[in-house]
Ligand binder design. Structure first.
Ligand code: THU
Length: 128
């Protein structure tokens, strides 16, 4: 798995962020089962609550393009911020247990997993 390329795309996606309210530019990239890398960025709304984080943009874009199995996800923020609670739920739902690479501006990378980011998860196994 080309983690360096995944990280490179996540960093590049920060330039696409639509973040006029927070000015906090986030990029994400998800690697699909066949090795395709799909990027996403945060897209903010003037009503704030409708904002979509970079991680969810990348995953929803990947789903819309026909991918449904994921091997890894990278997220790049200005200062090493990690996925919000809503994204942790969605990452768990769509990806299960995968490596998550968190990249800070200085190029430092923390590698964790979707499982470690989201202990005691709610998931589809709780639904009939
Ligand atoms: N944001 C993300 O896109 N991903 C994260 O992991 C953390 C937060 C965005 C949402 C909002 O546009 C901005 O960062 C500030 O919260």
């Amino acid at each position: 798995m080309d983690k360096q390329e995944l990280i490179r795309i996540a960093v590049e996606m920060q330039t696409k962020a639509h973040a006029p309210y927070s000015n906090y530019r986030v990029g994400a990239a998800v690697m699909t089962e066949d090795g395709t890398i799909i990027g996403g960025c945060n897209v903010e709304s003037s009503s704030y609550g409708l904002t979509c984080c970079a991680e969810r943009t990348a995953l929803y874009r990947a789903i819309a393009e026909g991918h449904n199995t994921f091997k890894a996800l990278a997220v790049a923020t200005p200062n090493g911020g990690s996925p919000c609670g809503a994204c942790r739920q969605v990452i768990w739902d769509l990806c299960g247990e995968i490596p998550v690479l968190i990249v800070a501006a200085e190029g430092q990378v923390i590698e964790t997993t979707s499982r470690d980011l989201f202990p005691f998860p709610f998931g589809d196994d709780h639904l009939a």
